[in-house]
Design a protein around this ligand. Sequence first.
Ligand code: MEV
Length: 321
Amino acid sequence: MIVLSSSPGKVILFGEHFVVKGRPAIATAINLRTRVTLRPKDSWPSIIRSKPLNALLKIDNNLNATGSKSLIHFVKALELLSEKGFKLKPFEANISGELPPSAGLGSSASSAASFISALSEYLGYHIEKKDLFILTNELEKIIHKNPSGIDSTIVVYGGTILYRKNEGFTRLNLNQSKRFSLLIACTKSKRSTGELVEHVLKLVERHQKVLDHVYDAAEVLVKEALKSLEENNLIKLGELMNINQGLLYAIGVSSLELERMIFEARVSGCLGSKLTGAGGGGCMIAVCDNPKEVMSKLSPFAEKVFIADINAPGTEVKLIK
Ligand code: MEV
């Protein structure tokens, strides 16, 4: 029996960071995916290989792991499934995909959801989305310390969602006529989501009175963004993206590299542009009528520029043989 599982990457359209302190945010799944192929192995240790991270981990039957630290959080998946009463069996899992790691596009949640769903299926447990979200978020806590849960939700469920921490999500119905493509450009800098989140939380502690207003503005902005999506008003959506970028700049998560690309996109004719995810590096997104033209303008500054489809399906698992 071979199990194939895949999950999408994501972009946060509005509200990253503010979502960590309970404000709403909007995220969409993109058509770049992480894939896990999991096959049985005759004996322990189990092996996890990640192509995107160029890493390998061996796990013995006592759940002791040796190998790359960047994969160590996957051991938690085995622990959680064993705690649920599933008898572990040795396996070999290969992770591949198109998502750049540590770039704000949800690669860690996407690989965690794909791995957990593949391993569950292999152990005879067809995991429901609700449980897959919970387990994926447990792995996210190891990597990012204090995640809001938005990444785990969007990669598991897919589509486009309005999310609020501890309250869950509402699916936004973007029918075909309301879909648009996003231009995504990634800087050359990798960064840690956990550290950026901590930086913002400390800034809020020091400047609570001022930043309360910024957080309030971020909440109103998401409500306005919802209307612009409902009306399919891309001009308004773009303007709100620009305002959102101003708020993210105010909480210190932009960077010179990001600002260069964000401005280049705007002067090249995009309707709006902003960083996406934790910031500090990683990627920016833009809504443009002329994305192909803008791509060539951003290329000199970017590690990678591409056009992504939004509203992609969430985690999908299938058995072959
Ligand atoms: C990361 O994709 C989004 C952040 O808001 C962190 C989180 O919500 O967990 C920066």
